[in-house]
Design a protein around this ligand. Structure first.
Ligand code: 6PG
Length: 246
């Protein structure tokens, strides 16, 4: 499936994406009791989450009807500086008025990353409706990409990249060797909409590989978008779009 590509000026990047997210949430809430979103981790999305948590968007959404989950998490304590949930709490949850969204962190206090992944998969099945294939259904999935082509914590060469039955699994970040929990490809790429959020010239080459290359998904997991059952949009700033031919 082809993806939409939106190239945005760096200074407008966060606010344009935040407006798009608000529009999706309100479209979903017009037809459903809640809106289920899988959030991206890492550093890029923090500015988008801050933009969601300030006027006018702050008041444009009935946040109590939004359910927030993590597309992946580092297996660290929830107050660790590496925790994606901590980043989400600091950049959005702590800034939204009560009653805010219902946010579901990964329980990283369990005996092992595998136990945490198993518990998160059960939580997703409990909290979300199942789609036609029985997978927990998201209305919107936000994703970043690493310079090696990973997305969420689906890393090049990791067997999870090809695990179509996986709801949530445990793996390791090959660069940092930190344990990770990640949602599986079929959960992430069966959402109604998938927004990739990629900023910075240092991502220009991986964006070219993802959108214009011919490598396999095992080599560049973010290329899973091409087989998505979702409407996929890449929001890239002009720096990250620099190596694109069109
Ligand atoms: C994580 C993320 C990961 C991230 C990319 C990009 O837990 O690190 O989920 O997939 O989106 O590595 O990270 P940056 O936004 O920090 O470049």
């Amino acid at each position: 499936m082809a993806a939409n590509v939106e190239v945005i000026e760096p200074r407008l990047f966060e606010s344009v994406i935040a407006d798009e997210i608000v529009a999706v949430i309100n479209e979903v809430l017009g037809e459903h009791p809640y809106c289920a979103i899988s959030l991206a981790g890492g550093s890029t999305p923090g500015g988008v989450y801050r933009a969601l948590a300030r006027p006018p968007r702050l008041d444009d959404v009935e946040w109590k009807r939004v359910k927030l989950f993590l597309g992946d998490e580092r297996w660290v304590p929830i107050d660790d500086t590496q925790s994606n949930f901590r980043m989400v709490r600091e950049t959005m949850l702590s800034l939204l008025p009560e009653p805010g969204p219902k946010a579901f962190p990964v329980d990283t206090t369990l005996a092992s990353p595998a136990e945490s992944a198993k518990a998160y998969a059960s939580l997703l099945k409990r909290e979300l409706a199942a789609d036609s294939q029985g997978a927990p259904h998201f209305h919107l999935v936000l994703l970043g990409v690493g310079s090696d082509g990973h997305t969420a914590s689906l890393f090049p060469g990791d067997p999870l990249v090809a695990d179509g039955a996986l709801v949530a699994g445990a793996c390791k970040d090959p660069s940092g060797q930190t344990d990770r929990i990640t949602l599986g490809p079929s959960v992430l790429f069966r959402a109604d909409k998938v927004f990739f959020i990629v900023k910075g010239e240092e991502k220009a080459e991986v964006v070219r590989r993802i959108l214009e290359g011919s490598e396999t998904v095992n080599e560049v997991p973010a290329r899973l978008y091409a087989d998505a059952h979702s409407e996929v949009t890449f929001f890239v700033d002009s720096g990250a779009a620099k190596h694109l031919s069109r």
